[in-house]
Design a protein around this ligand. Structure first.
Ligand code: HEC
Ligand code: HEC
Length: 118
């Protein structure tokens, strides 16, 4: 009897501790609105970026991006098109500078409210 009870206890404990393991790594919302450079974006005729974080989590490891390329707090990393085009931030090697992903000149793929036909 005692053996069965402790086995049940062990199973219960395993079930409870398995829950955080399943949710670990979530951390960020599925889509992040990047708009700390809104003034500059307005001048260029483009709107905020809706960054699909969840989609990127499936393609890369957290450590591919954090903390070296991006900070783990929305709108705190200094992302600019200059950096993107210099091979930093979104334009890092094997990202939006390569055949693996759509290229940087396709503004509408990242920015909302793109005014001109870009
Ligand atoms: C791969 C995604 C991506 C593409 C493609 C892209 N951008 Fe951006 N862009 C960003 C991100 C991310 C930011 C940073 C937004 C923020 O943090 O406010 C940004 C910021 C900007 C800014 C404000 C900062 C700065 O550099 O002055 C402008 C202006 C801008 N983009 C224009 C454009 C234009 C024009 C195009 C097309 C030629 C373009 N972007 C294509 C992702 C992209
Ligand atoms: C392709 C690159 C990339 C990958 C992979 C990635 N992230 Fe992120 N993450 C970002 C970017 C970009 C931001 C926004 C940074 C900014 O705006 O300054 C961000 C933001 C975050 C934030 C802040 C969210 C908020 O609301 O402030 C957390 C937490 C986070 N990531 C955790 C993770 C975890 C955990 C993983 C792995 C499961 C991961 N990230 C994988 C690029 C990535």
């Amino acid at each position: 009897m005692r053996g069965k009870a402790s086995l049940l206890g062990a199973l219960l404990l395993a079930a409870i501790t398995a829950v955080p393991a399943l949710t670990a790594g979530a951390g960020a919302p599925a889509v992040l609105k990047l708009d700390d450079k809104i003034e500059s974006m307005k001048r260029a005729g483009v709107g905020p970026v809706n960054f699909p974080h969840a989609r990127h989590e499936k393609l890369y490891k957290c450590a591919d991006c954090h903390p070296k390329i991006f900070k783990e707090k929305v709108n705190t990393s200094d992302i600019s098109m200059k950096k993107n085009m210099e091979g930093k931030a979104c334009g890092t090697a094997k990202c939006h500078d390569s055949i693996k992903a759509f290229p940087l000149f396709q503004c509408v793929k990242c920015h909302t409210n793109v005014k001109a036909a870009r």
